[in-house]
Design a protein around this ligand. Sequence first.
Ligand SMILES: Cc1cc2nc3c(=O)[nH]c(=O)nc-3n(C[C@H](O)[C@H](O)[C@H](O)COP(=O)(O)OP(=O)(O)OC[C@H]3O[C@@H](n4cnc5c(N)ncnc54)[C@H](O)[C@@H]3O)c2cc1C
Length: 294
Amino acid sequence: MVAAEVVVIGAGIAGLCVARVLHEAGKEVRVVARELGEASRVPEALLNPVRGKRGSVAPEAEEALAALWDFYPRFVPVRQGILRPVPPAHRPAWKEKLKGRGIPHQWLEEGLYLESAGWLETTPLLHRLAQGLEITYAEVERLEGRTLHLRTPTLATLSAGLVIYAGGASGAHLVGLGGRFTPGSVLHTLEHFPQACAYGVYVAGHSLGGSYLPHQSSYTPHQTQPAEVEWLLAEAEKLLGYRPRWDTSWAGVRYRLDRHYLRPIPGGYALTGFGSAAYFYAPLYAHRLLQQIN
Ligand SMILES: Cc1cc2nc3c(=O)[nH]c(=O)nc-3n(C[C@H](O)[C@H](O)[C@H](O)COP(=O)(O)OP(=O)(O)OC[C@H]3O[C@@H](n4cnc5c(N)ncnc54)[C@H](O)[C@@H]3O)c2cc1C
């Protein structure tokens, strides 16, 4: 049975962005996923072009920013701006990295203000992107070229004209691309932070997030550890001057494939491995995939 012209495995931000872009371009698309999002259910996602404590400007940041501002505001509000409270001693090195790049920014007394960066709440976005798409909720047990073997009460197979793997960390074994898996957690804070602020850890909305745990070579589900909570609160104290009160936590695993976010696989393409920049790059790479298959 041919299921659809294109079958997308995964309904996280990578799968839903690409499914949406292809659907809007008139392709017949079916998404197959266990559930709506997984690591993409990180409660609030930063859209941050200047990364880490070293201030590395993300590759293709200008293109990624243009693509995401063209795309997300059609579905949900995107809050504009991220403050990076870079210590004065590190500012010259950051300024050097921003030189010649097209990233709108201002240096304030408090640090670097990135006006074209932002953040959004993920759950409403995932639901809005999914609206009107054909989604089959099932576990893919095995992928053989363009044939998906589904784990249903009776094992079903599904064939596609083209397969796009966007199954993130937990599905990575289906395509065997290697990569690094990094667990991390986000605390739900009682206080609401309308201004996103990031250095070491980040606060945005009701989130205090970050990760310091070592990479792993395969996927293992993660649960927030007491040591992580202590680390997040200690880092938040450096950022804010106090420890925010919190009630619940969210835990997830980032999957990183060093810049090869879009690559051919037997039967189609893999669109995955964005690490902690999935929401930042997904619209750009979804459009690139459309260009490739047109
Ligand atoms: C602490 C922390 C903070 C983060 N902060 C940010 C941030 O600020 N900004 C940002 O952009 N990113 C952030 N991330 C990263 C982000 O959470 C994820 O990396 C990203 O959303 C992954 O998206 P994805 O679509 O590739 O995969 P996922 O969201 O993991 O989706 C995978 C999809 O594939 C499906 N699937 C997998 N295996 C199978 C199978 N066998 N059969 C059927 N379906 C399957 C799942 O059901 C799901 O629908 C953070 C991560 C962590 C841990």
